[in-house]
Write a protein that binds this ligand. Structure first.
Ligand SMILES: CC(C)(COP(=O)(O)OP(=O)(O)OC[C@H]1O[C@@H](n2cnc3c(N)ncnc32)[C@H](O)[C@@H]1OP(=O)(O)O)[C@@H](O)C(=O)NCCC(=O)NCCS
Length: 195
């Protein structure tokens, strides 16, 4: 079952995000940080998403936005204290993460070559529930939500090393637009036209 993401899903979505993208920048700031982040996104209505439910538990999620730069700025500013507190242990362990925080704010400028502002921010499934067509269903739900907001095309970025996700986006008809470097890693940027 696919349902719109609600505030009550935030902690579970944060846990899924941490597990599905372990090692990425946001998960490295911790599950508590991501819980506050998702609560902020939903409270401020700066993003929207869907979760796939099995046995009354979210097993996968997708988050979209019509302006990811504004999403990050508004959530970071309105939840600065709680986010900072949650991220502190990780930053004390790895002070270099501060550079990544700054890069996150500069990140949209690296995608300037495409016109799309709307974005599939992140999608992730519990490992035991992949390759069952659920990711495709979540993207279809997201497409409907974008369409309802008047959005006809959007973008997504993914690590080049993430072969599974690159295969997923290509299989769904996303077009490779460009590559760029962030956090000293190479990323692909795809665009998708909603038919
Ligand atoms: C990427 C991800 C969301 C895909 O979700 P999913 O539910 O497994 O995908 P689906 O079952 O809907 O796959 C649809 C099609 O995409 C392609 N695909 C999916 N996973 C793939 C993989 N690992 N390798 C190559 N192609 C893949 C296939 O063509 C698949 O169709 P098929 O199974 O009939 O061959 C999931 O693998 C995941 O959570 N990965 C970890 C998190 C992540 O990398 N997120 C993306 C970064 S934003």
């Amino acid at each position: 079952m696919i349902v719109p993401m609600q505030r009550e899903h935030a902690a579970r979505v944060a846990a899924l995000h941490c597990a599905a993208l372990a090692g990425d920048f946001l998960p490295s700031l911790g599950k508590g940080f991501l819980t506050v982040f998702y609560e902020g996104v939903l409270d401020l209505d700066v993003g929207f998403g869907f979760v796939a439910i099995a046995n009354d538990q979210p097993i996968g999620f997708v988050l979209g936005s019509t302006d990811t730069s504004a999403l990050f700025k508004r959530v970071m500013l309105s939840r600065a204290f709680a986010l900072g507190l949650c991220a502190l242990p990780a930053i004390l362990r790895r002070p270099t993460l501060v550079a990544n925080v700054l890069e996150t704010f500069l990140y949209p400028s690296k995608e300037g070559a495409v016109a799309e502002k709307s974005e599939l921010v992140v999608i992730g499934f519990d490992a035991a529930h992949r390759r069952r067509g659920l990711g495709r269903q979540l993207v279809a739900a997201l497409n409907d939500a974008f369409r309802a907001r008047g959005v006809r095309s959007y973008k997504v970025t993914v690590l080049q090393a993430n072969t599974g996700a690159n295969g997923f986006y290509r299989a769904l008809g996303f077009q490779h637009a460009l590559e760029f470097e962030l956090y000293r890693k190479k990323w692909n940027l795809y665009t998708y036209t909603i038919l």
